[in-house]
Design a protein around this ligand. Sequence first.
Ligand SMILES: Nc1ncnc2c1ncn2[C@@H]1O[C@H](COP(=O)(O)OP(=O)(O)OP(=O)(O)O)[C@@H](O)[C@H]1O
Ligand SMILES: [Mg+2]
Length: 318
Amino acid sequence: MATPPSLSDLANRVAETRNQPAYGHDALITCDRLVRIFSADGIEVQALQGLDLLVREGELMALVGASGSGKSTLMNILAGLDTPTAGAARVAGHDLLTMTARDRLAYRRSTVGFVWQQTSRNLLPYLTAAQNVALPLQLSGTRTRKSRRARTERAVELLELLQVADCRDRPPHELSGGQQQRVAIAVALANDPAVLLADEPTGELDSRTAAQIFDAFRTANETLGTTIVIVTHDQAVAGEVRRTVAIRDGRTSTEVLRRSEIDATTGHETVVAREYAMLDRAGRLQLPADYLRALDMRERVALELESDHIGVWPDDTH
Ligand SMILES: Nc1ncnc2c1ncn2[C@@H]1O[C@H](COP(=O)(O)OP(=O)(O)OP(=O)(O)O)[C@@H](O)[C@H]1O
Ligand SMILES: [Mg+2]
């Protein structure tokens, strides 16, 4: 029998645990057991049920999931438009649960930018594209406010970066859906936010235009270094990013990571995709539903610890 740890051993272990950095200390976005419960007409809907998510600075990632799985609920919380019921959410050092109304307003104006699915929700109809982009610059804090000329210059620069400079003097109704969304990305980037959030930004567009919008996000990520989180139903869009996280029933369940590998002999680059499951700090793991069905795993599984992996087998006791 193994000897029990001595008191001093235990004391050391406790001290080690205390010194461990907090969950997500080096992430730009940290969601820790995030819960959002909506109550309407006496009925409770648990839209987020303890969601964990870490996003590192400079990432361009996609969130996917069935309708009603909680994607928009999460985006609204990250955008500072809604507050979680419980759990923790931090973005670029801002605590989204304890923020004052004033901090929240400043947060929405300068820390995050967002692009919505409805093209009409992103732009003011009576302003030109350039005026739409200049507006957030005008609304930013007095300390950082630029002169009118500098604002126009910045707006045109962003429109050029997103390849819609020719639209600068036109109002939204004179632009195509794809052009409107590119202008919307420019608006969202105007104040140089730490994070750009987009909820189904290509939902109203055909697949070719959707691919162009996606290129615009990639340009923003690569050129400006902005961290970008995109909610999408579009598998083609999801396939373009290195990391796609799936949300199921208000929790993150699996994620696909893509890595490019270069063949040493041919020099060809191929993208290798691999599916991972989320493991929470309590050791809980959600196995993909199709894997469970394939092996008829229910209620209980047999586990075995091997030197480099853990084996999971269907219950063999009945
Ligand atoms: N304001 C609200 N009041 C009550 N219930 C809400 C509210 N907002 C969302 N819900 C519920 O929360 C759940 C998650 O909704 P959410 O909009 O986050 O899903 P989603 O993943 O964005 O779906 P979709 O892909 O259809 O956009 C749903 O059951 C929805 O009905
Ligand atoms: Mg939604």
